[in-house]
Unconditional design. Structure first.
Length: 640
């Protein structure tokens, strides 16, 4: 299953959740309507009502009024909860008592965890997520957020301290699978849905208790019986019934939660094995959870509503299989190790660094084909992890330096933009920086330039991906101002190189995603796609070929891949028409397309790049520009 198939599966699960949610709301509305009709028609609300009068069960105005009220309450509460969660995965982690692990931490266990997450970030091509530590001794973890840009990874204290490096890497790989496959957004929406359904029960409980309390302290007696005691009884009965109906809704909500969550865990386990090529890593983690006294339990008031986020069952009591958010540990381990002897790890010891001898794959050095690029999107191969570990080791001193200075992240982003330029004179760009930032940032940027020039393309991209979230820690508005400065730097020398375009597009996309994580997908008809496609394919053609005939052939190769979106015989646009602004406008339009359209467009772009049978370094930069601009995470690909 590739990235595009996984995203489509996530959308199908979302549609299933919406359908089950609608059925639950309709069931609640029908049950509540029946209670209201019974109370009204039976005479409980009116002491003068005639006994024996037949009940009128179908009252359209009352039914639709009840249904509208239920929809309004559940919908408002769900949207309120989802709006709270829009601030990103950090909100979920903090609500669970998590504390942010600082990038500069020197604690051995925290440093080991941070290194693994950094390596996985490089291998997957997504920005480094924030990492939170949960104060729990059970062995568990989760990923949360609307998108990779605002994602967090949270692990328990027990997980960090009890697992060895391979096991912890398996857990992190499992969580990165959720990040890449769109599961996090579904988790957020499911949390909102459960909150909305629970609101019915809370409302009923409020009515019942408040009415009972008012009845108790307002005097009571025979006078109350004559003056409206029946109405009080009716309200109490309705409140009790609403509370009961609400908890029936919660029952169905748990069914929704478990139905959507269980299969995803099998898929994420399989992805972790595929990523690491080390089944014993994630299997060992699951065995330790099974053998640990607390298993994966989370002692937090929000553990019930967030149970579907976690790596393993987070509830202290064993769930009835019908409501379990995770498959049994035995099934998950057997799926990874069919010959497992059925025994859990009885003792959980403090972790030691394990051997990496099992890691045999080597980074790809042959010419990549189109399917290599397509299959690498949103995937983490064993070769990519090995390559990421090597890159991480090569830039380890740079990362230490990055962690030590609060200005370093900003300086690295600015320095990378300068080194991406083809200009031999840094003076104009440094003058722009000097006029726009404080002295400390300017001096830090100057100090980084020699080292940044010595890095390879993949090393620069890796350092960029790790520095970007650190720069965002100062506030998204500050990063947006820096994005404007980066754009000004790119224009300052009168020419924009591909790597410059890749960096400024990546920063702009990150800022936009952080500000609006729930981006609206907008499919476009061929009539609106034709010109942006021609601009994109023409720009790539002029970059990848020198001879006019070769450019034409490359453009035709891409056009054939995208012919479903080209209404007429398209032509290679004149080079003078392919301005930076025109290319950016085209990319801005294409970024909000649904994934099936993005896949076809990316395949067309790759057809142009590979038309000459070669992939140069600057063409790899272009592939990175396109994948980043389309919101497609691209791991490092080595082209020698």
């Amino acid at each position: 299953m590739d990235f595009f198939d996984a995203q489509e599966l996530a959308r199908k699960r979302t549609r299933l959740m919406v359908l089950l949610f609608a059925m639950a709301v309709l069931s609640i509305a029908i049950a509540l309507y029946a209670v209201v009709v019974f109370v009204m028609e039976s005479g409980l609300s009116d002491s003068k009502a005639q006994v024996g009068t037949p009940m009128i069960w179908w009252q359209p105005e009352l039914f639709f009024g009840t249904f509208a009220a239920v929809c309004a309450l559940v919908g408002t509460c769900s949207l309120y909860k989802i709006a709270q969660l829009r601030s990103g995965g950090g909100y979920v982690a903090r609500s669970m008592g998590g504390s942010l692990i600082q990038q500069s931490t020197q604690d051995p266990d925290e440093r080991k965890l941070m290194n693994i997450v950094e390596e996985m970030s490089i291998a997957s091509g997504v920005p480094m997520p924030e990492v939170y530590l949960l104060p729990e001794d059970g062995i568990n973890a989760f990923a949360a957020g609307f998108s990779p840009a605002d994602a967090v990874v949270a692990v328990t204290r027990g997980c960090m301290r009890s697992l060895n490096r391979d096991e912890l890497q398996g857990v992190v790989a499992h969580e990165f699978s959720h990040i890449l496959n769109g599961d996090m957004r579904l988790n957020i929406r499911l949390m909102g849905v459960l909150f909305g359904i629970l609101a019915i029960a809370v409302l009923g409980q409020f009515f019942f208790r408040s009415t009972a309390r008012a009845s108790l302290f307002s005097g009571g007696g025979r006078r109350r019986d004559k003056d409206g005691g029946g109405a009080v009884v009716a309200i109490m009965l309705i409140g009790l019934a609403v509370m009961a109906i609400g908890y029936i809704g919660v029952f169905f909500g748990r069914l929704i939660q478990s139905a959507i969550s269980r299969q995803r865990e099998f898929l994420a386990d399989a992805a972790a094995v595929q990523f690491t090529r080390n089944p014993s890593g994630i299997a060992g983690a699951l065995k330790k959870i099974g053998g640990a006294p607390l298993h994966g339990s989370i002692a937090n008031a929000h553990s019930q509503e967030t149970a579907h986020f976690f790596f393993a069952n987070a509830l202290k009591s064993r769930s009835v299989p019908l409501f379990a958010t995770h498959p049994p540990l035995e099934q998950r381990i057997s799926a990874i190790e069919p010959n497992w002897d059925g025994r859990f790890a009885k003792t959980v010891t403090r972790s030691k660094r394990s051997s990496n001898a099992h890691k045999q794959p080597k980074p790809q050095t042959s010419l990549p084909q189109a399917h290599d690029f397509i299959n690498s999107i949103g995937q983490v191969s064993a070769a990519a992890i090995l390559s990421a570990e090597q890159i991480h080791a090569q830039i380890a001193q740079d990362l230490n330096r990055l962690h030590q200075s609060p200005e370093a992240a900003t300086a690295v982003l600015l320095g990378l933009q300068i080194t991406a330029s083809a200009s031999a004179d840094d003076g104009p760009q440094l003058q722009v920086i000097k006029s726009r930032v404080d002295g400390a940032v300017y001096r830090e940027t100057e100090a980084w330039l020699p080292r940044l020039r010595a890095l390879s393309l993949n090393q620069r991209f890796a350092l960029f991906e790790l520095a970007l979230p650190m720069a965002a820690a100062k506030g998204i508005d500050a990063l947006a101002a820096q994005a404007d400065l980066i754009r000004e730097l790119a224009h300052s020398d009168g020419a924009i190189e591909l790597e410059e375009l890749a960096l400024l597009r990546a920063v702009a996309t990150y800022v936009r995603t952080r500000r609006s994580p729930s981006r609206q997908v907008k499919p476009l008809p061929p009539a609106q796609l034709e010109m942006p496609l021609c601009v994109l394919l023409s720009a790539i053609s002029y970059t990848t070929a020198v001879e006019p005939e070769a450019r034409e052939l490359a453009f035709r190769a891409g056009a054939r891949k995208c012919d479903r979106y080209l209404l007429k015989q398209s032509i290679l646009l004149p080079e003078e028409d392919i301005s930076f602004d025109a290319l950016e406008a085209a990319l801005d339009l294409l970024v909000n397309l649904p994934l099936p359209q993005k896949k076809v467009i990316f395949e067309g772009a790759l057809a142009v790049v590979l038309a000459d049978g070669k992939v140069a370094q600057e063409e790899l930069s272009l592939v990175h520009v396109i994948s980043t601009s389309l919101g497609l995470p691209m791991p490092p690909l080595v082209c020698e």
